[in-house]
Ligand binder design. Sequence first.
Ligand code: BES
Ligand code: MN
Ligand code: ZN
Length: 490
Amino acid sequence: MKYQAQSVHLKHPHECLIIGLFEDGQTAAFNKCDQLTEGYLTGLVKSGDISGKIGQLCLLHHVPQLDCKRLIIVGCGKQQELNERNYQKIYQRLWQTLKELPVSEAVSYLTDLQIKGRNLYWNVRFAIETLEHGNYQFDNFKQQKAPAIKLQKLLFSTDDTTAEQAIRHAQAIAHGIRATRDLANQPPNICNPAYLAEQAQALAAKSNKVSVEILDEAQMTELGMQAYLAVSRGATNPAYLSLIKFNNAPNPDAKPIVLVGKGLTFDAGGISLKPAADMDEMKYDMGGAASVFGTMTALIELDLPLNVIGVLAGCENLPDGNAYRPGDILTTMNGLTVEVLNTDAEGRLVLCDTLTYVERFAPQAVIDIATLTGACVVALGQHNSGLLSENDALATELAQAAAQSHDKAWRLPISDEYREQLKSPFADLANVGGRWGGASTAGAFLSHFTKAYPWAHLDIAGTAWLQGANKGATGRPVPLLVQYLINAAE
Ligand code: BES
Ligand code: MN
Ligand code: ZN
């Protein structure tokens, strides 16, 4: 869909005009339309046909004295309660109607809505992100495809020039989210580590600022990545570590920001096999890698003046005669030995060697993104990603980006107490830390491998996908990560 910002006259013969109405007052556009129609709209309020209740929607045709063919009045709730979430609800409801109308162009006057603590830039940006989110369907494998949508263009009525920037940012983020959702929703018989590597190569082919490096198992063996390789041993599909390098800083040698994504294209748990119920959802255990891929997609489109390396740590965790076992002791790439107590705590084993590998880039910051622990979902539910870091400056920057982009994250601790839970009688570390504080002990495990640079960890086990009726990848935390990069470029 195309988006444009310009100041549009209400009397223009639009195909479809969209205005808002509060439960406890009128919006500027509602007021003007009411004047033009000599009280027709307030008449509808008086008769009780419209109330302004959030999400209520009224579609009118050929309203007298207005030259538009259709007028949509959408309820915006109480003025004081117009926060990000309610604003998204308004556009979600709008999309349900817009996608079914025989209209190719619509004009939104919801630009006059004041979201609490936000300016017009966010008004436009959240509108586009919400619409694009609704306008997504993964029907690659369905014979019956979703019907084509007529709407081609949405105009935001405003003369505020920050709207142009909002459109650019929102579209790039929406494209990144789409790339993430498409990749994560692929079934695991198609999306395996080699597929991740192919996607990385295809992305690089689109820009001369991007290069790709793929490490295969032979190279990983050479590097001593025994923890990573141990996880992969039960699988027939080989592991690949894919690096997408975007070089666009004014100083080509500027230290890169490195994003590391857990890319378990399927996690059956290995010998510590998971229960059968919902195991299909473990195709989403590459959600971290998918979000890195989507973030790189958006970054390339935005052409931010940064050096960024996106890493997809592709691997499968399956039980097999050759699989790694509970009790095995592995020597990681940085020399620390790990006693495996549970082969289902595989993400940290794949990540620890990847995090050691990226030391060679002398990063200014490393952020890993991983569907790492069920414990994080128990702690935060599906609303906040876990944010773990012992670097307060980096944690603050990420928390800010999360708040700005409304892609929420909540900080959880890492400290010596959690590191102590990882003691092993036989090795330097155990790969699990007992029953309590699982998100933090996982973070504590990773902290042993990230001493060479500022580091933060995002546990997206609860946020990367939804279950139930809306089952599917969410595209999170692409908004957070892209916002972090936008801020870093400023
Ligand atoms: N990929 C899972 C984490 C997960 C579980 C994400 C459920 C989303 C939903 C991870 O590899 C895992 O299995 N973690 C274990 C760790 C435990 C064995 C210490 C877990 O959380 O149960
Ligand atoms: Mn697991
Ligand atoms: Zn996993």
